[in-house]
Design a protein around this ligand. Structure first.
Ligand SMILES: [Zn+2]
Length: 208
């Protein structure tokens, strides 16, 4: 199983046959504890493999979620509303696929409805479904836009993500406070520079 290139429309859970057992995953954590230089059999660490594996269930729950299906279930007629709908400051945490270290950030997501709109809480769930996978920020930015495009066929989608990569701030070059900004726009946001500008202005006015 290659989880890191799981398709955007994950059919649901990864193939059960190829997922290691919980015991095997706990064994891997014990190996990493030894690699770090500690003793997995000392008292304070006895419960750690179990806790780490259960934390992974939360961190990587997104593989079992289908963002397009989440949106389609919440679709409703736009009834002529054809202006930008913008969700600002959706907080998320994810893990970079290079180091499996935390990425913490905010996503701003806008769309201009076509025939349909979608419950706003569902947009936040879509951000979460992609965040809870091994990610690179650029890919996550375009995956969110593509899912909204596919699910509700809006006139355009715009996504801006501003995030801190702890693999940059706590190791390697160690630059605390540096954030990475990525944007992806489709449809009317691409063809109409004024609309794109309005999105960037309103989104970035939001305090992180
Ligand atoms: Zn990294």
């Amino acid at each position: 199983m290659s989880r890191d290139d799981a398709p955007m429309k994950s059919k649901s859970a990864p193939a059960q046959g190829s997922r290691p057992s919980k015991e095997a995953a706990e064994g891997a954590v014990r190996t990493l504890i030894e690699w770090a230089g500690d003793d997995p059999s000392r008292e304070g660490l006895l419960g750690t493999p179990d806790r780490v594996v259960r934390a992974y269930d939360e961190f990587y729950r997104g593989y079992e979620q289908d963002p397009v299906a989440i949106l389609r279930k919440a679709m409703e007629p736009a009834n002529g509303y054809d202006d930008m709908v913008l969700l600002r400051g959706i907080r998320f945490s994810s893990h970079c696929e290079h180091h499996m270290i935390t990425i913490v950030g905010v996503a701003h997501v806008a769309y201009v409805p076509g025939a349909h709109m979608v419950g706003i809480s569902k947009i936040a769930r879509v951000v979460d479904a992609f965040a809870r996978r091994l990610q690179i920020q650029e890919a996550m930015t375009s995956q969110i836009a593509a899912a909204i495009d596919e699910a509700i066929a809006p006139k355009g989608v715009a996504v801006l993500i501003d995030a801190e990569h702890q693999c940059m701030t706590t190791r390697g070059v160690q630059r605390p406070g540096v954030t990475t900004v990525t944007t992806h726009v489709t449809g009317s946001f691409k063809t109409d520079p004024a609309q794109r500008r309005e999105f960037i202005e309103v989104a970035t006015r939001c305090a992180r």
